[in-house]
Design a protein around this ligand. Structure first.
Ligand code: ATP
Length: 311
């Protein structure tokens, strides 16, 4: 496999240079939904260490379990098996330490941009003075470039502006770790790339740990230090980690001509396509062993006189 492929996600064995200490660890995590015959195992044997200060991207196909993964890390749902720890503390519920930005903004429609951000800031930083909180809110509105629209309500904003508001609201809580669950997927290509650049800029300034979930390999390479593919479900697991050693700042227009970028994109995409094909082959092979027993019934001639059914 490709030289950029560093190591298995499940085996964070040390190399000669010590890796930065992990902020979050997932050990043997499994998670499914339902019970009995309707039970489906979504994630299986997830092992991962997220390093302090890094930008890690999890890439997977639609339906593989990416949102389930993000919700587990956020503490919104619990593993059926295995453990998740952040700075040696078990993750047992949501925390202001892990700020989640969803793909569908989740803003309160009756509050303005400023009001949506202030609501969270006031709830979390209760011991701050009013003036401190107000300045803090304004700083984050400015950081995401929304000062001109701070008085507008969500229905008066474009999709990109709503996502910026949602990002500012989460960033303003100063989480140790930022969880981005397909934050750009609902946006058009131009807004997507602009907001992607802004997220990177903020990440570089604030040096928070960032975990982004995406189905877009190019976006992952553009933004991340490391990429982990999520294999197709059911029982999705993590594949090998790919290191992204392309220098920052990365400019998408320039990356398209970069051999390093193309080779990494091929390596990640080929890995995902190959595991998906293997999963499909397994399904096809399994379905061949299924035998259906037809009911023992005699066909009846419904056209016989007196029995013809007219529509
Ligand atoms: N609350 C739930 N109850 C039952 N099944 C669920 C639930 N949430 C997700 N699933 C199932 O788990 C699987 C993975 O869903 P999930 O949303 O985690 O995937 P995803 O990779 O984020 O998908 P997409 O990219 O399409 O948003 C799907 O088959 C989905 O139907």
């Amino acid at each position: 496999m490709n030289a950029l492929l560093h190591h298995e996600a499940s085996t964070e064995k040390s190399s000669s240079v010590a890796a930065p200490e992990p902020i979050l660890q997932m050990k043997d995590v499994c998670r499914g939904y339902g019970s009995g015959v309707t039970r489906s195992e979504v994630l299986s044997d997830i092992n991962l260490e997220i390093r302090k200060g890094e930008f890690l991207a999890v890439v997977g196909f639609s339906g593989s379990g990416k949102t389930t993964f993000a919700q587990l890390v956020a503490g919104l749902i619990q593993p059926d098996q295995g453990t998740i720890t952040m700075e040696a503390q078990a993750v047992t519920g949501p925390s202001a330490d892990r700020g989640l930005v969803f793909q569908n903004y989740s803003l309160l429609p009756w509050l303005t941009v400023r009001g949506n951000i202030a609501l969270s800031v006031n709830a979390v930083f209760r011991d701050w003075s009013k003036a401190e909180r107000r300045d803090h809110v304004e700083r984050f509105i400015e950081m995401v470039g929304l000062s001109h629209a701070a008085h507008r309500r969500p229905h008066e904003l474009s999709g990109g502006m709503r996502q910026r508001t949602s990002l500012a609201r989460t960033l303003a809580l100063k989480p140790k770790m930022l969880l981005l669950d397909e934050p750009l997927s609902a946006l058009d290509a131009l807004t997507r790339s602009q907001l992607g650049d802004e997220i990177l800029k903020i990440w570089q300034e604030e040096r928070q740990t960032c975990l982004m979930i995406t189905n877009d390999v190019d976006e992952a390479i553009m933004m991340a230090d490391r990429i982990v593919p999520l294999t197709p479900g059911p029982e999705a697991s993590l594949g090998p980690i790919f290191d992204v050693e392309i220098e920052r700042p990365r400019v998408l227009a320039e990356l398209n001509d970069s051999e390093e970028f193309k080779s990494l994109r091929n390596a990640v995409t080929n890995y995902l396509v190959t595991v998906r094909q293997k999963a499909r082959d397994r399904e096809t092979a399994a379905s061949k062993h299924l035998s259906f027993r037809l009911p023992d019934i005699q066909p009846q001639d419904l056209t016989r006189k007196g029995r013809l059914v007219h529509a």
